[in-house]
Design a protein around this ligand. Structure first.
Ligand code: GLC
Length: 736
């Protein structure tokens, strides 16, 4: 009996082994979730045809494109083998349907990766990124990006085309709204915060998305602020101004980058082997991939580099551009370019490897479909709104507060006037994803809720955002005359910034300035609340207004946050991450500019001031912060030695508040001339009234005192340096 049982068991075991071996043989390695990703890629690549590989390097849109600047034919019959799709829908069903086609109708069942522009929120819309930078709170920005990732991934988007980290010196360029201001270090800090917020530490998580650093590189240097045009960027400037945030973002683990439209001194960003291959892949070792901006490969024809789309495909692919967004250049010509030996199969395999690597890391082979959930489970969650409140409050910048006019006492009669007062839609700003106008409370409603009916409030539009209709002036003046204080809400339409939104002047339309002049006749104090996606020309308004609050395009909770600042419930802590020029004529004007060859009244404008109206780092509080003496651990250091610096700051006012300390360095004499000063660290801390806190900066001599040459080589020279905090300069001597 026993013998028979043993034989039976052995047979059973043998069958099971055969089955599992057979099963193993029938389940290809690339489908084995336990196998290492690189082995799965090898296996899958070995099975793919050239056509299947080429399709992985293309991105179309699924459904109607909702970016008016990207005029492209909708691809009707999307092939099951497509590598990526831009997903404009707000629910996952459409995506899941297309994904099913890819999983079941293609030969190998390679999932599609779906991307979308989630720039400052998916449905819970946060302040525009330029405003977020003024919060100087990267931890909070990381939280906002994590919420955006959760809403996006649960809605069918695996990959966001964000963060935009283009250092911007020209606010005529509408896309200044999308980045983190004029400073390379600041853009780097927020690049890392965004990447961490979007990606977390596991891309396959159901509430994370892949990030995409854009637009690589130098797009913001567009001549005269006009979008899509030539950018004159020396290799030195490439390295000391435009590349640094990307290096930080890559080191933070950004999954992808997007190549830029602009022509970089003769070699467009989407055909630039130096930036995309030599720097990004070879020097920085990026193991993700580069997707083009929309149609950027085809646009090489417009830019006069390629004479045909096929030639454009050859230029871009050989430069290191892995995926073609909607040029239909790679899908049309890559096969023949291989056959003609103009690109190699090895190059194709390397690019496909990079795309597949992201798909495996996102877990798309195991979980190709997005679970269907209802909007309440996904959007505007209480904890998401809490982040929106805090980020709106911390991004707003109090530019002026003459004689401490603000905060407004609650019993005051308030006249709320202007084209932005009852305008919720424009508070969401450009690139507001699936934000809905109804989600944004109007400034008037926010003030009413904050001050309540007891204070007495009157509204008058006064004028439209633009035009020459002054018929509303009389009613506005009457409201001002009735009031104790006038809150005038002015600004820009949301489409006046963002893509293809260059403006020849950063002044507000004249009708808006005339409205303020009219209101001035009432002789009441005026608070100017500004809604904008860029710095504005305020020199004529500045003298007429007693207080000025820049709220940017503050997202869904902008109104309540603005009202809270006016009432004093919130103590403003925002500081400018971008210079406010005195006038458009000063542009470009930014804090970290090189020094002039002349001093005194030479090298300056002879007709207006050469100083900005509000400098980088400017922002007022309702309390006072007194800085102690900046104290270095040494004033003489050698290479490799440690150096730290401290400063005590005291909240000498009667209110709690937050203060950001900006640590700058200057290298007055260097073998390559350097900016007047360079931000190297910042820290924000909350204070109780009367509290003193210590701010500490550990200087890394190579990183913080060193500089970079036109080949990206960092160097550190002995000599005199300065550490600058506010108006204090501490001299440090670096000896060999
Ligand atoms: C646009 C923008 C880019 C965006 C892409 C997809 O042209 O330049 O920022 O991510 O197309 O919408």
């Amino acid at each position: 009996m026993k013998k028979r049982a043993l034989i039976y068991m052995l047979c059973l075991l043998g069958t099971l082994c055969t089955l599992s071996a057979k099963d193993k043989k029938s389940t290809p390695l690339y489908k084995d979730a336990k196998a290492p990703i690189e082995r799965r890629i090898d296996d899958l690549l070995s099975r793919m045809t050239l056509e299947e590989k080429v399709m992985q390097l293309n991105q179309y849109t699924l459904g109607q494109n909702n970016n008016v600047n990207n005029i492209g034919e909708e691809v009707k019959n999307i092939p099951a083998e497509i590598g990526s799709l831009i997903y404009f829908d707000v629910d996952p069903e459409l995506r899941n349907g297309m994904q099913k086609k890819a999983m079941e109708e293609s030969r190998l069942g390679i999932p599609i990766v779906f991307g979308y522009d989630v720039i400052h929120g998916f449905r819970t819309v946060y302040p525009i990124s330029l405003g977020q930078a003024c919060s100087w709170n990267p931890g909070l920005v990381e939280q906002a990006c994590a919420v955006a990732a959760q809403e996006a991934r649960m809605s069918g988007v695996d990959w966001t085309f964000s963060p935009m980290i283009d250092v911007a010196h020209d606010p005529r360029w509408g896309r200044v709204a999308e980045g983190y201001g004029e400073d390379p270090y600041t853009n780097g800090v927020f690049a890392a915060a965004s990447v961490h917020g979007y990606q977390g530490d596991d891309l396959s998580a159901k509430d994370r998305v892949a990030a995409c650093l854009k637009h690589y590189v130098g797009y913001s240097a567009s001549e005269a602020g006009r979008d899509y045009v030539y950018t004159e960027i020396s290799q030195q400037t490439l390295w000391d101004t435009y590349l640094p945030p990307y290096e930080v973002g890559v080191k933070a683990g950004a999954a992808t980058l997007m190549s830029s439209f602009n022509d970089i001194s003769g070699v467009p960003g989407s055909a630039n082997h130096y930036t995309m291959t030599e720097v990004l892949k070879n020097r920085w070792g990026h193991d993700g991939f580069v997707v083009s901006d929309w149609g950027a490969v085809k646009q090489l024809e417009n830019q006069g580099l390629a004479s045909t789309k096929k030639e454009a495909a050859r230029y871009s692919f050989n430069a290191g551009l892995d995926m073609d967004m909607m040029s239909h250049a790679y899908d049309s010509h890559m096969k023949e370019l291989v056959e003609e030996g103009k690109i190699t199969m090895a190059q194709i395999d390397e690019s496909v490897r990079r795309v597949l690597r992201l798909k495996f890391r996102l877990g798309l082979f195991e979980q190709p479909y997005t679970p269907v959930t209802n909007e309440k489970e996904r959007f505007l969650r209480p904890q998401s709104m809490e982040v929106a409140v805090r980020l709106a409050e911390e991004s707003m910048v109090l530019l002026k507060n003459e004689n401490q006019l603000l905060p407004v006492a609650r019993q005051k009669r308030i006249a709320v006037i202007g084209p932005m007062a009852k305008n919720g839609a424009d508070l969401l700003g450009s690139w507001c994803g699936h934000g809905q106008d109804k989600d944004a409370e109007t400034l008037y409603d926010g003030l009413l809720a904050e001050f309540g009916k007891k204070a007495g409030m009157r509204y008058a539009e006064g004028c439209k955002v633009e035009g020459d209709d002054r018929s509303g002036f009389a009613e506005a003046l009457a409201a001002a005359q009735w009031s104790d204080i006038v809150v005038v809400c002015l600004g820009e339409k949301k489409e006046w910034s963002g893509e293809n939104a260059s403006r020849s002047t950063i002044a507000l339309p004249q009708i808006q300035e005339e409205l303020v002049t009219e209101l001035k006749k009432a002789g009441k104090p005026i608070v100017l609340v500004l809604v904008s996606g860029r710095p504005l020309e305020l020199n004529r308004l500045e003298s007429q207004c007693d207080a000025i609050l820049e709220i940017w395009q503050p997202g869904v909770n902008g109104a309540r946050s603005m009202a809270g600042i006016l009432s004093g419930r919130i103590n403003p802590s925002g500081k400018l991450a971008i210079t406010f020029p005195y006038s458009t004529g000063q542009i470009p004007i930014y804090y970290n500019r090189r020094k002039s060859g002349r001093r005194g009244n030479q090298g300056i404008y002879q007709d207006i001031t050469s100083e900005p109206l509000y400098p980088f780092g400017h922002g007022l509080s309702y309390t006072e912060f007194k800085y102690g003496t900046v104290t270095p651990s040494a004033t003489r250091v050698k290479r490799g030695e440690k150096l730290s610096v401290e400063v005590n700051v005291t909240n000498t006012g009667t209110r709690d508040g937050a203060e950001t300390v900006h640590w700058f360095i200057a290298d007055p004499y260097c073998s390559i001339t350097r900016p007047m000063k360079e931000l190297k660290y910042f820290e924000k801390q909350q204070f109780k009234a009367g509290e003193t806190k210590t701010f500490h900066f550990d200087v890394d001599l190579e990183r913080d005192f060193g500089f970079v040459n036109k080949n990206g080589e960092r160097f550190l020279e002995a000599g005199e340096y300065e550490i600058i905090v506010k108006d204090q300069k501490v001299k440090i001597e670096l000896v060999e």
